[in-house]
Design a protein around this ligand. Structure first.
Ligand SMILES: [Zn+2]
Ligand SMILES: [Zn+2]
Length: 282
């Protein structure tokens, strides 16, 4: 079997298991965008961070091209890419997975001390530790450690060994940009944003902004049942924006400020926030 057909057959096998796959070129990067999509002039694909209308048949736009569709994978538009391919990659987020990419021996040693045992796959200098569940992909969360899940790809390096377990909190915490702690008054640790990790449903800062502004407005107009309004509003905001990791300290602070302006105590705000998160299992 030539490399091309063996890579394609690996890709088709993975696709059948529900993993969106794509070819990697020499140097193990994604294929470059085609002429029509160069520099994203096409606007990008609909599954990208800024959803576009590109329906290009070629494997363009890096991870966003990854697919489970065997007809696409074996289409003439992909044939050239498979001929040049040096490896197969998969889109972990699209398969409901997170790859903790440990680049070197130190990173692997850290993982062995810190992370729950799961399925592991050896790489050139390190290991991939694979968990069930998705989160925001972040490179360099620690020296030699990348998180690859949504909007990302990882090279397929074989099935690995060990039983896959659910994404642990310790890994989710690594994906959170800054410690999401709101300090409205000195010394008082208050609310935190959920770590996120789900697919982002709002997909635009404007949508999130509108949601927060509406929530502020709702609290501002609340009648004397302020406790209930605050709780319900937090619940609404968290249910729409809580899972993708886009909520920041600043958003929470705005909600708390709106509630406090109506006489709600900081303590009640914190409780309402915590209760809303508990209700939603975040
Ligand atoms: Zn395009
Ligand atoms: Zn294209």
């Amino acid at each position: 079997m030539t490399t091309t057909t063996s890579l394609l057959s690996t890709a088709l096998r993975l696709a059948e298991q529900g993993m969106p796959v794509m070819p990697l070129r020499e140097g193990k990067g994604p294929m470059g965008n085609c002429r029509a999509c160069r520099k994203n002039v096409c606007g990008g694909r609909r599954n990208m961070k800024t959803p576009g209308t590109c329906a290009c048949a070629a494997p363009c736009h890096a991870w966003a091209a990854a697919t489970t569709d065997p007809d696409v994978l074996t289409s003439p538009a992909w044939a050239d890419a498979w001929r040049q391919a040096q490896a197969v990659a998969y889109h972990p987020g699209g398969a409901g997975l997170t790859v903790v990419d440990l680049d070197n021996a130190d990173a692997v040693a850290w993982a062995r001390q810190t992370l729950p045992t799961t399925k592991t796959v050896p790489t050139t200098r390190g290991e991939h530790w694979i968990y069930r569940g998705t989160l925001r992909s972040v490179n360099g969360v620690r020296p030699g450690v990348d998180l690859k899940s949504t909007m990302s790809y990882a090279q397929w390096r074989g099935p690995g060994t060990g039983a896959m377990v659910a994404l642990p909190e310790v890994v989710r915490a690594l994906a959170v940009k800054q410690p999401s702690v709101v300090r409205l008054k000195p010394g008082i640790v208050t609310a935190t944003a959920p770590a996120g990790g789900g697919e982002c449903r709002h997909r635009s800062p404007a949508y999130l902004e509108r949601g927060i502004a509406m929530a502020e407005q709702r609290i501002k107009e609340a009648p004397d049942t302020i406790h209930k309004t605050v709780y319900r509003t937090f619940l609404a905001v968290l249910s729409v924006h809580g899972r993708c990791g886009c909520l920041t300290d600043a958003h929470i602070k705005r909600l708390f400020t709106a509630a406090q302006a109506k006489g709600e105590s900081l303590r009640n705000c914190e409780d309402a926030w915590t209760n809303a998160r508990t209700t939603l299992g975040m």
